[in-house]
Design a protein around this ligand. Structure first.
Ligand code: TPP
Ligand code: MG
Length: 369
């Protein structure tokens, strides 16, 4: 008997704005001028805050953190496509999505200085805190999506983000598998920034694309130029529409590049070549988006100068707000491990506080001597 072909797949890639900011009209998501300008505002805020944070960290005023320079288009455009009723489930690279959803900028500084207060963000509803455990947020996302389906919530879905390296974690497969089995409203966005600390994309998988993994779970998958804000917006919006209509999960591979270090504790010059970094700086998302705005007569050098000044003031206000906070609750993390108190956790809290007190007393003793 001849072999019967019972499954084939193909993978599409979408780019709407090319490297020079030239628009492909066929795929234009036709965003209003207000939305285009909002997108540029947040992308630039993301870039300038990252730059400021590196300086603060080098001055010892901020803890170790991971910048998202080069990934602004994916982060901000995907968030712009979301509605208030959607849930935002990030890793550690998408904090500016949370800022777009109302989170105070200073919360980012608090978080990266080790204060639990940075995780308390009631000003940004349906927005989960930073997740550092690689890949695990995708499982939380599917759990939330399951609840949305169970409660029959309308016009509500979950968008979760993770990196190329995370796709080698079992969590991502478990999340994708059950999302598809249960047909729950979730959009998986893989920010393929080409590196997982010092491991290149080529060491994560031998597959031509990460997007094609979607087909193994029978969900729509697409690769998109992650430096192209309009393309990211369009595919995220379409995936959300499918989710609202009960068509289940989608997978988006957004190809971009981590232009700076993994975190401030890392030196990428040890493992990657300058030519590669230069290649991606030519493709970075802000330059082409600005060129596009200028071609539509929506932007000018004078507006740029004004916005730079405004952002500078906003960032400095957030830095002052952050540095003026002094009364932190050092045992706050123990309160959020479970929804209710737990005897084992409470005994650990008591041990931790006793240790803190002992240390303080020793310090005071030393000062007295
Ligand atoms: C479960 C787990 N394993 C290992 C780590 C250490 N770690 C932190 S980030 C990272 C690399 C993740 O790479 P990727 O998923 O590509 O995300 P990116 O940092 O590039 O955004 C690793 C291995 C971790 N935080 N969690
Ligand atoms: Mg990566």
């Amino acid at each position: 008997m001849p072999l019967e072909v019972i499954g084939t797949f193909n993978v599409s890639r979408l780019q709407v704005l090319d490297h020079n900011g030239e628009l492909d009209q066929e795929f234009d998501p036709k965003l209003s001028s207000d939305k285009l300008l909002k997108l540029y505002y947040y992308m630039l805020l993301n870039r300038r805050t990252d730059e400021r944070m590196v300086k603060l960290q080098r001055q010892g005023r901020l803890g170790t953190f991971g910048a998202s320079t080069g990934q602004e288009a994916t982060i901000c455009a995907a968030t712009l496509a979301m509605g208030e009723r959607d849930w935002f489930v990030p890793s550690y690279r998408e904090s500016f999505g949370a800022v777009m959803r109302g989170m105070q900028l200073s919360k980012i500084f608090l978080y990266w200085s080790g204060h639990e207060e940075g995780n308390y963000t009631p000003e940004a509803p349906r927005t989960l805190p930073i997740q550092v455990i690689v890949g695990s947020q995708a499982l939380h996302a599917v759990g939330i999506a399951y609840a949305i389906k169970y409660r029959r919530e309308k016009e509500s879905a979950v968008v979760t983000f993770f990196g190329d390296g995370a796709t080698s974690q079992g969590d991502i497969h478990e999340a994708m598998n059950f999302a598809s089995v249960w047909k729950v409203p979730v959009v998986f966005i893989c920010q393929n920034n080409q590196w997982a600390i010092s491991q290149p994309r080529s060491r994560q998988t031998n597959a031509k694309t990460i997007a094609q993994r979607a087909y193994a779970y029978d969900m729509p998958g697409i690769q998109v130029d992650g430096n192209d804000a309009l393309a990211v917006y369009k595919v995220t919006k379409e995936a959300l529409e499918r989710a609202y209509q009960g068509q289940g999960p989608s997978f988006i591979e957004a190809e971009n590049y981590r232009l700076t270090m993994h975190t401030t504790a890392d030196d990428p010059t040890k493992y990657r070549k300058n030519e590669e970094v230069d290649f991606w700086w030519q493709r970075e998302p802000l330059k082409r988006f600005r060129a596009f705005l200028e071609s539509k007569a929506l932007w000018s050098e004078a507006q740029q100068v004004k916005l730079e000044e405004q952002l500078n003031q906003e960032i400095e206000t957030a830095v002052r707000d952050f540095e003026s906070q002094k009364n932190f609750k050092v045992d706050a993390p123990f309160e959020h491990i479970f929804g209710t108190t737990h005897s084992v956790i409470e005994s650990q809290r008591a041990e931790f506080l006793a240790e803190q007190l002992k240390r303080q007393q020793q310090e005071q003793e030393q000062e007295r001597r």
